[in-house]
Design a protein around this ligand. Sequence first.
Ligand code: CUK
Ligand code: CUA
Ligand code: CA
Length: 625
Amino acid sequence: MSDKKDTIQNLGRRHFLRNSAVTGVAGAGLAGGFGAGALIGSRPARAAATGDAAIAPGELDEYYGFWSGGHSGEVRVLGVPSMRELMRIPVFNTDSATGYGISNESKRVLGDSARFLNGDSHHPHISMTDGRYDGKYLFINDKANTRVARIRLDIMKTDRIITIPNVQAIHGLRLQKVPHTKYVFCNAELPIPQINDGRDLENPENYWTMFNAVDAESMEVAWQVIVDGNLDNTDADYTGRFVAATCYNSEKGMTLADTMRAERDWVVVFDVEAIEAAVAAGEYETLGDAPVPVLDGRKGSRLTRYIPVPKNPHGLNTTPDGKYFIANGKLSPTVSIIAIDKLPELFDDTIEPRDAVVGEPELGLGPLHTTFDGRGNGYTTLFIDSQVAKWNIEDAIRAYNGEEVNYLRQKLDVHYQPGHNHASLTESRDADGKWLVVLSKFSKDRFLPVGPLHPENDQLIDISGEEMRLVHDGPTYAEPHDCILVRADQLSPSRVWTRDDPYFAETVAMAEADGITLERDSKVIRDGNKVRVYMTSVAPTFGLTEFKVKQGDEVTVVITNLDQVEDLTHGFCMVNHGAQMEIAPQQTASVTFMADKPGVHWYYCNWFCHAMHMEMTGRMLVEKA
Ligand code: CUK
Ligand code: CUA
Ligand code: CA
């Protein structure tokens, strides 16, 4: 393909995409907003140099990246800057390899929601102490089934999932930064009747949604605050007092057109200290069966303030110096800069809500999310323009005050239609301005075609210098909404399980009640028509190579992997029974299934563990009832 043809085709495609993005997302209102000038330079930038991002075989990355898996429901762990995928952590999905959603231990994590096979994870965030990642937990939302999950970063497994009551569709999620992550703040996006039991179906004026705080340790909902409008994204400050959230549906419209009627929507700011005091004073109600304190944060409440911003804002990001909340315009080409040090006055009613806005720079079409380099610059994704705009925050504030100053530093083409972007350590005090990941929703021609469903394109950009420089394209499967980068030395994952790990403590307790020593015994315990089959595994053998049950028995197989060697994981698969699981070194795992078919049923190890791995098998003999 000639260069010229390449250019023309790309221009054509870009032009189409821009139009479809505008009509699809924004309606006709923005269609006149771009001209030929914006198309110049739209040819995909080829990586100028890839040296910086290259990690040689055998070498380790400087950062861990945790990617949300969107409607795949999982979390993926990448090394950055290599962008190599290191691991997948099933969260709101099921996973054949590890038996997540199949094994008893994972079903306990999923709780009541184990009946759901789908999820939609957007916002992964790492727990903090004094505004720095402490490497303990990662929390993530599930928009699809209104859940919040916690992943233990030592074992990189999901260890708790809760369903948030009284609301629908948990979307924006961020953590309290200081003094530490006591709360997981999460927004319910879609208003519903209160109580949602069939009343008020046709009365949207009685629909409400809530801002939620989950206790990070107990994983119980601490309190909920009813708001006007709806809630999209959120972030917390560095004082511990304020959290802000965007609302794109102040209209409480039930259709797309209705949600775009008002010229302005708002950012709602929550006063966490006031909310805690109100909870302590008993100034709340509970709704339905949920024992959660529900407070009224609608307009006029002293718990909240509503700051008008241009229509349908999306991302909400706190600058790492703790000075500003940035609300991203989406339907407006601007972002709104809210000064956090003005918020106490706003809550004292000594200033007007709009007085808290100290800048509103125009950046381009479709600003969705902003991230920071710790050197005073913001990097904002422009969905419709397919660009990232680098801009200087203090210069933008000067311009807002009437000074003639150019706050825009650079615009870089990305490929294509970026949603979130994320700079290294940007959500903490340690923002280091080295790498920027841009999560592009469309990849178009960037990879070999794989059918009508295209991968997305996660692009890695070097931001360590004056100019942003694209260094890597990485295809990903649906749909990383967001990611977080943490320095490798800020985590310390385990290399093997410890025998007293709480992840399988209930299984250990069951074995103890059966008089079993898991590290030694391979034994069958019958309890009515429930049969518990305990066995050890040492490469390449199971502790039992056969066991006998009766047709109609409920069989629980409990395996303890006695291997100490790092990386020597076994699996267990009972053929034709849908039972499969991972058993990593020193782990105990269990799975329960019905022995409903008489006959011989083989089980085998499905994790390649030894030269004789194929021979690591056994037989379940099922006697006819
Ligand atoms: S949202 Cu997807 S691009 Cu769920 Cu954070 Cu903005
Ligand atoms: Cu044990 Cu393969
Ligand atoms: Ca709106």
